[in-house]
Design a protein around this ligand. Structure first.
Ligand SMILES: *Cc1c(COP(=O)(O)O)cnc(C)c1O
Length: 462
């Protein structure tokens, strides 16, 4: 076979891709007809495709490249670790320095008494771990009936059987017989689409109290845990009303259930603090981390457990683990990523300088005729598109039709902005500069303008 390289014509690469590569979350035949865009390199916040075109990546890959692309320090650490000890497991009474160092560092950074780290290779795996872990925890405490985990509709917790079941994505539940038993979903705190005439503060309380209602209905003796993202990411950057989390915390404190906070997106600076739990003042028993942990340079994830949870789990043999739990190369890369985040004050800069700047510019898009709501926390933001700002009405097309059109205009204008239904979302690398933020906003506004023109032509906007 001919060697396949960056130097091949784009059309040939696309044809081979279509012939042999099955893409995640994609309609394969439709994509094959169009041809996937081939990304060849990246630096900072900029991707380069096989035609040499530069694209501003306002999604940091999949919400993960927090320190930006092209940091050679991480490549060097990976090479060094591969030469010294490319792999060894930690199952059978052995350990290694990268996993020791990373565990200790995470214990130092994580809030409260979250001091004990169980590693996996992805956020989905870490949430699988959490599901087994909380059930094992209660079984150890003599309450094996406490098995139900409560989650929320439109939550995202990964794509494995447990991850997708814990998540609340209807499209995912529709395939493959999900959710698995003993997972219960309550409504999300999405005031914009579900709040009706209710005041947002009142709506926040009401949605939080669905947790209490569910616990009481099923019985406290059956519920193991509640899991939630501080800010729903893949659900469309849904920021709960301010009243929501204090009420959730009250309920978790009142009843004997564990609070699992999925920090896979919110962790490592995304919200302007190390963890979303700190930004929103949440006290978790377990957190899930992945993505920004290594800025996506290597696949690694973890569950971090409180002293109390660890004490119970550590007193038995937890029959669970992955070949790549605490992989030495991934752990070394993650450590270097944390060093850079810390030493270059990247999170502080997001909180105090570039974050507020992005917020001001992002919120300026509120004047656009298509934009019904603007939300932003740190460096994750969303715009809800609507044909009628006053009523927050949805479009007359299937949800996502308009969002997809807008995304296509972004992509054609070299901006990666994602759509979730008819919400546009951003989550740029945390190192984005003010000049790059200006470009992002300029291209986003242009895409909105082009979408509006198209919608008017198609009779979807009056
Ligand atoms: C991405 C994501 C996951 C799943 O992580 P993978 O590494 O894709 O398995 C879990 N939870 C949240 C909140 C995520 O955003």
């Amino acid at each position: 076979m001919e060697m396949i390289t960056n130097h091949m014509p784009t059309a040939e690469l696309q044809a081979l891709d279509a012939a042999h590569h099955v893409h995640p979350f994609s309609h394969q035949d439709e994509l094959a007809a169009k041809g996937a865009r081939v990304i060849t390199r990246a630096k900072g916040v900029t991707l380069v495709d096989s035609e040499g075109i530069e694209i501003l990546d306002a999604m940091a890959g999949l919400w993960c490249v927090n320190i930006g692309y092209g940091r050679e320090e991480l490549a060097e650490v990976a090479a060094r670790q591969m030469k010294e000890l490319p792999y060894y497991n930690t199952f059978f009474q052995t350990t290694h320095v990268p996993v020791i160092a990373l565990s200790a560092k995470l214990a130092e950074l994580a809030p409260g008494d979250l001091n004990h780290v169980f590693f996996g290779g992805s956020g989905s795996e870490a949430n699988d771990t959490n599901l087994r872990l909380v059930r094992t925890y209660w079984a150890q405490k003599g309450k094996p009936e406490k098995k139900v985990v409560i989650s929320r509709h439109n939550a995202y917790h990964g794509s494995t059987m447990a991850g997708a079941s814990l998540g609340g994505m209807s499209g995912m539940h529709a395939q493959g017989g999900l959710p698995i038993p003993d997972i219960h979903h309550i409504n999300q705190p999405n005031w914009y689409t579900e709040g009706g005439d209710m005041d947002p503060a009142e709506f926040g309380i009401k949605r939080a109290q669905e947790l209490e209602k569910a616990i009481l209905e099923m019985g406290e003796d059956r519920v193991a845990a509640f899991i939630a993202e501080p800010v729903q990411g893949a659900g469309g950057v849904i920021v709960a009303p301010d009243t929501y989390w204090p009420e959730i915390q009250r309920i978790c404190d009142k009843y004997e259930i564990l609070l699992i906070v999925d920090e896979v997106i919110c962790g490592f600076g995304r919200t302007g603090n190390w963890f979303g739990s700190q930004t929103l003042n949440i006290r978790p028993d377990i957190i899930t981390i992945a993505k920004g942990l290594s800025s996506g340079y290597a696949p690694i994830a973890a569950s971090i457990l409180s002293d109390e949870v660890a004490e119970v789990i550590n007193a038995t043999e937890f029959n669970h683990g992955y070949t790549y739990s605490g992989h030495p190369v991934a752990a070394a890369v993650a450590l270097e990523n944390l060093r850079i985040l810390e030493e270059e004050n990247i999170i502080e800069t997001v909180r105090e300088d570039t974050g507020p700047y992005l917020k001001e510019k992002w919120e300026s898009l509120a004047d656009h005729p298509l934009v019904g709501e603007v939300k932003i926390v740190g460096m994750m933001g969303s715009l809800a598109l609507t044909p009628d700002k006053a009523t927050r009405a949805p479009f007359k097309t299937d949800p996502g039709t308009v969002g997809f059109k807008c995304r296509e205009h972004c992509f054609a204008n070299n901006l990666i902005m994602r759509h979730v239904g008819d919400r546009m979302v951003i989550s740029p690398p945390l190192v984005i500069t003010k000049a790059e933020i200006d470009t992002l906003i300029e291209r986003a506004r242009k895409a909105l303008d082009l979408t509006l023109v198209q919608l008017k032509k198609e009779g979807l906007f009056k």
